[in-house]
Design a binder for this molecule. Structure first.
Ligand SMILES: [Ca+2]
Ligand SMILES: [Ca+2]
Length: 250
């Protein structure tokens, strides 16, 4: 076989090979393992700082919407309090549920990121959640239990579950702590997820009977806009070139 003919066959096969490779590399997994770590404190209020410039912060250009998809905001609490950039209200009061989201069991919150400018979505590095409530009869509403799933720009209808603690993504009892900060990370330098379009949080009751609805004061989703990897650019360029070659020589 002459050399140009070999090249011709190679170039003809290239689009199909690249398409299969792209499909394999971009098929979303059903779940991704994450690392969950906890800091908590008793006796001192307002220990943990929250971010007012993370990806889901209200007013940031990276946030499109944050809505209560199902469930109830208990004790006059509000979903708007998990991304308002402050842990407590002006009264700095542990007991003030109106400065929290205190969800009923199985409440779902869906957060959608704005991909108008950042069309490839976002890399998520960490998710940091803060609960806080003063002790009342020896118990608090400071425990945390919730699931996190995400969907991507390339596959917005598939939810990928973040697999962390045994009972849920986050499942941490803190019945007698005034504050609990939970950090979800990948456990390495790599982001938790890449190309992210939406996040879904499902909250569950956790803690002593009568105190099982937990007071979430802030959830920070920290990350950056996704940029194409060099290998992806090379693949796309090769696919384009081979397609052009194929069209010219068929
Ligand atoms: Ca925030
Ligand atoms: Ca808040």
């Amino acid at each position: 076989m002459r050399k140009p003919e070999v090249l011709k066959i190679l170039f003809r096969a290239a689009p199909a090979v690249l398409a299969v490779a792209a499909l394999l590399c971009c098929t979303a997994p059903a779940s991704a393992d994450v690392m969950v770590s906890v800091n908590s404190q008793t006796g001192v209020q307002n220990t943990f700082a929250v971010s007012n410039s993370d990806l889901i912060e209200a007013g940031q250009p990276t946030l499109l919407s944050s809505v209560l998809t199902s469930g109830t905001e208990m004790f006059s609490s509000s979903v708007t309090k998990i991304n308002d950039g402050v842990a407590y209200g002006v009264d700095n009061n542990y007991y003030d549920t109106t400065t929290t989201l205190t969800p009923s069991n199985a409440t779902v919150v869906t957060v959608t990121l704005d991909t108008t400018t950042n069309t490839l979505g976002y890399d998520i590095d960490t998710i940091v959640s803060l609960t806080g409530n003063g002790l009342w009869n020896g118990f608090s509403r400071t425990s945390q239990k919730y699931d996190v799933s995400y969907s991507t720009v390339s596959d917005p209808s598939t939810w990928v579950y973040l697999s962390g603690d045994a009972g849920a993504t986050v499942d941490r009892l803190a019945d007698t702590a005034e504050e609990e900060q939970v950090i979800i990370s990948s456990g390495s330098a790599a982001p938790i997820a890449t190309g992210v379009k939406s996040l879904q949080f499902t909250f569950y009751d956790k803690g002593a009977s009568g105190y099982e609805q937990n007071e979430y004061r802030e959830i920070d989703v920290v990350g950056t806009a996704t940029v194409p990897e060099p290998s992806t650019i090379v693949l796309l360029a090769l696919a384009g070139l081979s397609l052009a070659w194929f069209k010219r020589n068929k």
